[in-house]
Design a protein around this ligand. Structure first.
Ligand SMILES: *Cc1c(COP(=O)(O)O)cnc(C)c1O
Length: 389
């Protein structure tokens, strides 16, 4: 198979090579304080053959650093199945990734791509998890990592960055400012950027979860004879919208490969205080940014960088949005911890809160998968608030 990049807006094609981030024509239309224009998707031609566990990716396995990313636990929480009345409910548990979050899926592919091209340094901006993730994977791969992190990022995530030996540049300001500073750094130095959505491999790396889910389900359903089973509903926590787009990309690939026949319904779960994509799905587009304010720090963005791309996929595939308040997120966090034994950070308890709110509209026999994206120990301030500590 042959890989290239394709613009998610105009369809223009570009070679997949270092230094290519956005579509020239569409990114020239970029307006300030709006989602990125001209986000590129990895695309492939030709035939993909492989055993059922194989995932088509644009970098060969030999370049992947030796760190155990992916094939995370997929499990059935019996008490939650009972209390919700959904006997075919599963959790996809990315709290067990090496750095404790889903972001490792993207960092792994970016690190592999860097190694394939002999690149030795990667820079990025982050609300916290992308930074700790790239630092972790970069350490395993022997890459220098420079992170731009808002000073108010949770302490545990900062400590992870330093512990993994990355260079930390603290930014006095929001994630949105850190994003701009890190891009300026990459432009000046030529260092490979892992900024989410901006680097197309971040989206591609995140699709792996969809390939895992259809295999996980095939194994988890008794007497099932299929190699791949598509879920009916998938709940995804959404900030910049890269996980959402990656999850869609994975299911699109699976349909294209003939492994599955139809797409699931994907629910974009957003925090009330950071809900630009949910608003855009309702109104049709993105307006002026609203300063974000939510306990779920990993999804707290004023301008969702991958907003246009994610919105396009939601519209194309009949996706839905559901919004949860901070109180609902913290209650969901307690419920996941105390009823399933899974302590998730607020940003991923958000997906559980989203399922709880959407559940009345879903038939009880449906296959539901909730993506649990980050470990609760990464950010205990919200959890402490909920416990009144
Ligand atoms: C980054 C992150 C998200 C949101 O992903 P986006 O691609 O920004 O939408 C959700 N949960 C956790 C734990 C994260 O780190």
């Amino acid at each position: 198979m042959r890989w290239h990049l394709r613009c998610s807006e105009c369809g223009a094609e570009y070679p997949l090579e270092p230094g290519r981030y956005l579509c020239d024509a569409c990114s020239a239309q970029q307006e300030p304080e709006r989602p990125l224009r001209g986000v590129l998707e990895c695309a492939w031609d030709g035939v993909f053959r492989g055993i059922p566990n194989d995932i088509p990716l644009p970098v060969k396995a030999e370049h992947f650093p030796a760190v155990p990313v992916g094939w995370t636990p997929f499990w059935a929480p019996p008490r939650l199945r009972e209390s919700t009345g959904f006997p075919r409910l599963w959790l996809k548990d990315d709290t067990c990734q090496p750095s404790g979050s889903f972001k490792d899926r993207a960092s792994l592919l970016v690190a592999a791509f860097a190694r394939m091209h002999g690149i030795t340094e990667i820079a990025l901006a982050s609300t916290g998890n992308a930074a700790s993730s790239m630092s972790c994977i970069g350490a395993a791969a022997g890459l220098k990592v420079t992170v731009f992190l808002p000073r108010k990022a949770p302490a545990a995530k900062r400590v992870q960055v330093l512990q993994y030996g990355a260079e930390l540049r603290e930014v006095d300001g929001t994630y949105d400012q850190a994003f701009e500073e890190s891009l300026a750094y990459s432009r000046e130095t030529g260092v490979l950027s892992r900024n989410t959505a901006y680097n197309p491999l971040t989206i591609e790396g995140k699709k792996t979860v969809s390939f895992e889910i259809v295999r996980d389900l095939a194994k988890a359903i008794p007497d099932n004879m299929m190699n791949f089973v598509m879920p009916d509903h998938v709940f995804v926590p959404v900030g910049d919208g890269v996980i959402l787009a990656g999850v869609y990309k994975g299911f699109e690939d699976l349909v294209r490969l003939g492994r599955c026949q139809r797409m699931p319904v994907i629910w974009a779960c957003q925090a009330e205080g950071s809900s630009a994509i949910a608003r855009a799905l309702e109104t049709g587009g993105f307006g002026d940014p609203v300063p974000s304010d939510t306990v779920a720090d990993s999804v707290s963005v004023d301008v969702p960088r991958n907003g246009l791309h994610a919105l396009g996929k939601l519209k194309r595939h009949g996706g839905k949005a559901v919004v949860a308040t901070d109180a609902e997120i913290l209650a969901a966090q307690r419920e996941l911890s105390s009823q399933a034994g899974l302590f998730a950070e607020p940003s991923s308890a958000l997906a559980w809160a989203g399922f709880r709110k959407a559940a009345p509209a879903i038939a009880k026999d449906q296959i539901v998968v909730v993506l649990v994206t980050g470990n609760g120990l990464k950010d205990i301030t919200g959890a402490m608030k909920a416990l009144e500590l």
